[in-house]
Write a protein that binds this ligand. Structure first.
Ligand SMILES: C[S@@+](CC[C@H](N)C(=O)[O-])C[C@H]1O[C@@H](n2cnc3c(N)ncnc32)[C@H](O)[C@@H]1O
Length: 320
């Protein structure tokens, strides 16, 4: 009988193979909700951070903003729309496999940039990078294999320094996604920043609170679905953020809720009496307050993690 592929190979083919979910241009906005899709408030906070980077680098020309794994290009487009404060020096690039529809002035590439002077952001990029999946079976940790219809089988014993260091397994049935490839991808991206900072924003977990059965899942058309690697859905797993943070030198790690507060994004309910004086102004202020509340919700997007790794200059969220 032919052996099934391991999860890493199946996941990679399902998302990035010739007929893969993302390779053929699936738009994240059609399948799941991310912070840039909530409204312009995330971009406003990112531009505030970009301004700190700009000042720390003494206003370089050009100043780069690079959005890696840009999806439909929403964040890049919104940052571009707010670029006036940089006096024509801001160069905005969206890095995505299939070219999204972008406004004039936003560059596109399918390749990671060689060198960045400014800010590179990986917003929900790391969670989309495939991992091996392993499981405790008997007294051993073994590879999990999977077919394109989602049928799994258990394979050979696995030994992994990454697992020993970051996600040791012992209980029968316990599972992990091995994050060494993500750590390497993040270290590589940070190293491409000649001056400035790299920011990863994603959902994740930490040692001591890893999910017992792992976190592998799928999304299709706005719904969470079984992660079947047939190219019909996004496949994702939470990021082991402590491991990623350790891969790239001294970095700052906050929740999104904390990071937004540090960048001055707060919920301001509409002023008393505004609804009577200016109903449209009240509607706009209420809608904004709702969007910011969604971005800050500790049980939702506000619980995401922001990992900021400065390069060559002291740049911080809390430590601005
Ligand atoms: C989960 S989506 C996030 C989209 C967007 N950043 C957002 O938050 O709405 C991950 C995106 O990363 C892209 N991606 C993954 N690996 C990539 C690579 N090596 N180069 C460019 N894009 C990549 C995928 O095609 C997908 O659109």
């Amino acid at each position: 009988m032919m052996e099934l592929p391991d999860w890493h190979s199946a996941w990679r083919a399902a998302l990035y193979g010739p007929t893969g979910f993302f390779a053929r241009g699936a738009r994240p906005a059609d399948h799941f909700r991310t912070s840039p899709l909530v409204g312009p408030e995330l971009a406003e906070a990112v531009v505030e951070l970009l301004d700190r980077v700009d000042r720390a680098l003494d206003r370089p020309n050009p100043l780069d903003f690079v959005d890696v794994g840009a999806g439909g290009g929403e964040l890049a487009a919104q940052v571009h729309a707010l670029s006036g404060r940089f006096g024509g020096r801001l160069r905005v690039r969206a890095v995505e496999l299939a070219r999204p529809a972008l406004p004039a002035g936003v560059e596109w590439s399918s390749e990671l940039p060689d060198q960045v002077t400014g800010l590179v952001i990986a917003h929900e990029w790391l969670d989309s990078l495939p991992c091996r999946v392993v499981q405790v079976h008997g007294s051993r940790v073994v590879e999990v294999h999977v077919s394109a219809d989602g049928t799994e089988s258990l394979g050979d014993p696995v030994s992994s320094e990454w697992l020993d260091a970051w996600w040791p397994l012992s209980a029968e049935g316990q599972r992990a996604e091995i994050g060494s490839g993500r750590d390497a991808a993040w270290a590589d991206l940070v190293a491409r920043v000649a001056a400035g900072a790299a920011l990863a924003v994603d959902y994740g977990h930490f040692a001591g609170a890893r999910p017992f059965a792992g976190s592998l899942t799928g999304y299709r058309s706005g719904r969470q679905v079984a992660p079947v690697p047939d190219g019909s859905c996004d496949i994702t797993a939470h990021v082991a953020f402590d491991a990623v943070a350790a891969a790239a030198g001294p970095c700052e790690l906050l929740t999104q809720r904390e990071a937004l507060a540090a960048l001055g994004t707060s919920v301001e309910p509409p002023a008393a009496g505004l609804a009577a004086r200016d109903p449209l102004g009240w509607l706009a202020a209420s809608a904004r307050a709702g969007r910011v509340a969604e971005l800050r919700d500790p049980a939702g997007l506000g619980g995401f993690h922001w990992l900021l790794c400065p390069r060559s200059a002291p740049i911080g969220l809390v430590r601005a």
